[in-house]
Design a protein around this ligand. Structure first.
Ligand code: SAH
Length: 216
């Protein structure tokens, strides 16, 4: 049973990630190690390593493995990094980051999802993840600045508090655009300058909140 998941996970790395340009060794190792099937409900476990997103309840989704790997690689994560994630969801992306970086902070606005993510972190002994239920578009000022910030929901613009809470040097990866279609955007802060680069088109659930969407 477990070795089937293990095999599916190795296949995911070999067939979905490496051929599409995921080359960062730490990212590939983390994706090969973190048990994605733990993070989805029982009925969906056999599909956990498929090349698609899956529902996690509350109308939210866990991203396709390739998108998780791509966003993690774009963050250029280092072992000493402290990373902020907005949109904990089921906790999978946070667990991948926690396998690479010293400390992960993650914020989720839906309490029931956060409670489930916390149970997943405990079961997997992810002790370097600190989480809270809140509007993540205002960041987590008490722990700023962050070497990397990853936003796993799509908003109309880049929340200014997140730009301010990014370290120098620092990298933020965030989907920006309309409902149902965003451009994965990489924001860099270096020597006091901010630059931004637009990457592939992606489709994320909505980033709600003070610096996100307000309808709903
Ligand atoms: N990274 C997650 C994917 C979660 S989907 C994973 O690996 O499973 C996006 C999540 O962002 C949803 O759970 C949604 O509730 C959350 N979200 C949306 N707007 C938010 C906000 N302003 N602050 C915190 N979380 C938010």
């Amino acid at each position: 049973m477990n070795s089937n998941y293990e095999k599916a996970r190795q296949r995911m790395v070999q067939e979905q990630l490496i051929p599409r340009g995921i080359h960062n060794r730490a990212v590939l190792e983390a994706m090969a190690r973190v048990p994605r099937h733990f993070f989805v409900e029982e009925a969906l476990r056999d599909q956990a390593y498929g090349d698609f997103p899956l529902p996690i309840g509350e109308g939210q989704t866990i991203s396709q493995p390739y998108i998780v790997a791509l966003m993690t690689q774009l963050l250029e994560p280092q072992p000493h990094h402290r990373i902020l994630e907005i949109g904990t969801g089921c906790g999978y992306q946070a667990a991948v980051l926690a396998a690479i970086c010293t400390q992960v902070y993650t914020v989720e606005r839906i309490k029931t999802l956060l409670a489930r993510a916390r149970r997943n972190f405990d079961r997997l002994h992810c002790y370097n993840i600190l989480s809270k239920a809140d509007d993540g578009t205002t960041g987590w000022p008490e722990h700023a600045p962050f070497d990397g910030i990853i936003v796993t929901a799509g908003g109309p613009r880049v929340p200014q508090p997140l730009v301010e809470q990014l370290a120098d040097p620092g990298i933020m990866v965030i989907p920006v655009g309309e409902h149902g279609m965003q451009a994965l955007t990489v924001i860099r802060k270096e020597h006091g300058e901010i630059s931004s680069e637009v990457r592939e088109q992606v489709r994320f659930v909505k980033l709600m909140g003070a610096h996100g969407w307000h309808d709903e």
